[in-house]
Design a protein around this ligand. Sequence first.
Ligand code: CTP
Length: 410
Amino acid sequence: MTRPRVVLGVAGGIAAYKAVELLRQLTETGHDVTVVPTRAALAFVGAPTWAALSGKPVADDVWTDVHEVPHVRLGQAADLVVVAPATADLLAKAAHGLADDLLGNVLLTARCPVVMAPAMHTEMWEHPATRANVALLRARGVLVVEPAVGRLTGADSGKGRLPDPVELAALCRQVLAGTPQDLVGRRVVVSAGGTREHLDPVRFLGNRSSGKQGYALARAAAARGAEVVLVSTATLPDPAGVTVRRVVSALELRDAVLAEAKEADVVVMAAAVADYRPVERLTTKRKKTSSMTVELVQNPDVLAELVALRARDQTAARRPGQVLVGFAAETGDADAGVLGHGRAKLARKGCDLLVVNEVGETGHPTGFEGDQNAATVLAADGSSVDVPLGSKDALAAVVLDLVAARLPLA
Ligand code: CTP
């Protein structure tokens, strides 16, 4: 089997050192990677590093190995071009088709998917010139990944960090696998993980949800071009291009999801939201007594609220045709089987899709904690899709296919 051919373009920013890890991730997962740095990138990380890790010669100009016509051959033969980091200067050049170095030529000759992961100071990212260049590149089909928020060079922090290289590599693999760009211009909100309802500063009521399925959904939506907000209780690495809002309790999750949902085209409630919270949260540690009674009060049902708000609020502020997706982890009982409970829940909640999966004790192959899942996706129109045991990424892809088919035309 031929290895997928990737051109890794590296522009001249301090985050070039992180592209070394991206290169390793890609080569170790069987990709044939040619690194094309800009002249400025070589000031940060030298050609020997790129050559040693890619196993290929490295050039930044069009005058090396001219007989092999690298300025057109590399782009033509690539299955994916990923530029990481993409500086403000690189984005400007790419938007205007400048080709005064090898990377510029590659970008003009490539007919494969192109991913750009910008990294720069917040002011540069927010400058109208950069905004216009990014909009132009996106309109031409380039997947421009939103930078992460956090520590920047020097003492500054803000939006502009290169996403985690492991997550960037995962995004590249999804694009190489042929993930459609059908969520460009859409805003997707995903909730993930189990909420924690605190009894006192050290103890909480929780559940076994790891958040992995929600993260897989957020990752897949970003790879399909969506603007993604992940409201999460988990501490997994932030998926590339996804804005993560961390929350702890059901009430915090509710506030974050309802605020983000106002302008969302899609809301996927993959979080395991606690149905109850303690009436009282002690501010000091509860001392041991011979027995203990905890009074619980019901939490709001976020998904039901989203359905009610969608029905009530048809103003321009709320996107028309919002698609709402719920999850239901069921065990089945004396009253009904897993799917019976699922259908009743879909009708009760009023969402468009309900992803129903069977869960059990530790060691059960689907659902909580593991990397695999199997589910039946029930739709409000009565149809259903069975997703056999496979990766959580595979289930995420099916869910997003069904979501995309239900979105109103852009
Ligand atoms: N959910 C929610 N708010 C809650 C509880 C659940 O938004 N307070 C959402 C979950 O994120 C999930 C869906 O509702 O998408 C179904 O969750 P589940 O706990 O199965 O539903 P419940 O209505 O609590 O039903 P059950 O009686 O089976 O616990």
